[in-house]
Design a binder for this molecule. Structure first.
Ligand SMILES: [Zn+2]
Length: 422
């Protein structure tokens, strides 16, 4: 309390162009997000336990739970058997609420169904070409096929993780140097074909959202997630907020030049970080060391290294060195506490992790370097990211008319203060 009083005496900078007054509605939304998060983390859980862990009044918890059940986020499940007293009905996330997740790469897209707990229920691969309309048709055909296979599930929407940036103002792809689909309205095309709402986001930002949503990076307020695939992308979570930046372009570290006289990059410039650190770069290194080698995929390269191929090992070590070198840009600019790495390299973390750690430790200016961690589930991270786009947006959506009528504004505001004091 003493600390709170001290804070109340200070002046907090307020951006008057973007003020959200602490109305009772804001308080209700925040309380609702807290309850949903507690259910997600502690399911199955009773209303009484929700009230205890949130500090919210029992009646407020019941109102919020009723709203969440009505919106199909939460469902009632088993009945608990406490040692004595009334037997409460336990609550959990509704597993029948699903999202279609699309992970788009320049040569293929993965289409999957993901539930509210971030579990993958179904997955297919669709080939992608430089023809955006034909490629989108293959994706939407696959979505329709998947929908028919899940008649009992309620599909909340479609989330697409992209190898590029989306302008938050108009949801158009504005920068996708490896995809070559200029000025194509992907969101519009998928929405027209499927009649489902579509959310799109850069793959790295989507992965980061999934890590925050499903992995529970509790208490870590500064995280950068780097995707290493055909290119190198980054998503930024700074001081507890996802950063989009002007035109949604924040995080394009992959296109900062490490060597301005280097190879031509897909973005039109030369010697970008991704020309040294991407999986395509590793394949190029291998070809240089082993000119007689045929066409190899990155997974084949990983397998060759595991089988003891010296040139494959050398190519991957060079990629790891450049990943570590580029991370310096991120550490100098943002000083994150954690850097998460997503992509196929995470399956060979025993190989990449120590080399990247060493490079980063050598470059740390002062204090301890950030923790560099692989995302647990390789390519699944991008799919869960695409799903999180849809689930996340809805969690801050407007209240339904029915629950608005029933809620008592004053009480909700008081409860909000209580929840934040504990
Ligand atoms: Zn570039």
């Amino acid at each position: 309390m003493a600390r709170m009083r001290q804070q109340a005496r200070g002046i907090r900078p307020i951006d008057l162009t973007d003020v959200q007054l602490a109305s009772s509605e804001t308080a209700r939304r925040i309380n609702r997000d807290i309850v949903l998060e507690l259910i997600r983390a502690n399911q199955p859980i009773s209303r009484a336990d929700l009230s205890r862990s949130s500090g919210l009044q029992r009646s407020t918890v019941s109102q919020i739970v009723e709203q969440l059940i009505q919106e199909k986020w939460v469902c009632e499940g088993a009945i608990a058997s406490p040692p004595r007293g009334r037997r409460p009905t336990l609550l959990g996330l509704n597993e029948d609420l699903v999202v279609i997740a699309v992970d788009l790469h320049p040569e293929q897209a993965t289409v999957a169904t993901v539930d509210l707990n971030g579990r993958l229920l179904d997955r297919s691969i669709v080939p992608i070409t430089v023809d955006p309309a034909a490629s989108t048709k293959s994706i939407t055909d696959c979505i329709e096929h998947m929908r028919r296979a899940l008649p009992r599930k309620s599909i909340e929407g479609i989330g697409i993780a992209l190898p590029g940036r989306v302008d938050p103002a108009n949801q158009r792809m504005i920068f996708a140097p490896n995809l070559h689909w200029p000025n194509y309205d992907l969101k519009g095309a998928v929405e027209t074909a499927t009649k489902l709402p579509v959310k799109m986001e850069n793959a790295a930002t989507a992965c980061l959202l999934a890590e925050i949503t499903f992995r529970r990076m509790d208490g870590v307020r500064d995280i950068v997630l780097v995707t290493i695939s055909e290119g190198v992308g980054a998503g930024v979570f700074a001081n507890g907020h996802l950063v989009a930046g002007h035109h949604g372009m924040a995080g394009e570290f992959g296109h900062v030049a490490l060597d301005p006289s280097g190879l031509q990059c897909g973005c039109g410039r030369k010697g970008c970080w991704e020309m040294f650190a991407s999986c395509s770069a590793a394949l190029r290194y291998y070809k240089e060391f082993e000119p007689r080698a045929g066409t190899t995929t990155f997974n084949e390269l990983l397998n060759l290294a595991e089988a003891g191929d010296a040139n494959a090992t050398k190519a991957l070590a060079q990629q790891a060195l450049y990943i570590g070198r580029g991370l310096r840009l991120i550490i100098a600019g943002l000083s994150p506490a954690v850097i998460l790495i997503a992509g196929d390299i995470t399956s060979a973390w025993h190989r990449f992790g120590p080399l990247i750690d060493k490079e980063v430790a050598e470059q740390t200016l002062v204090g301890t370097p950030p923790r560099i961690l692989p995302t647990h589930d390789g390519d699944v991270a991008r799919l869960r990211g695409a799903a999180a786009l849809v689930f996340q947006r809805r969690s801050v959506g407007p209240l339904t008319k029915a629950t608005q009528r029933k809620s008592n504004g004053k009480k909700a505001s008081r409860d909000f203060l209580t929840a934040h004091r504990t």
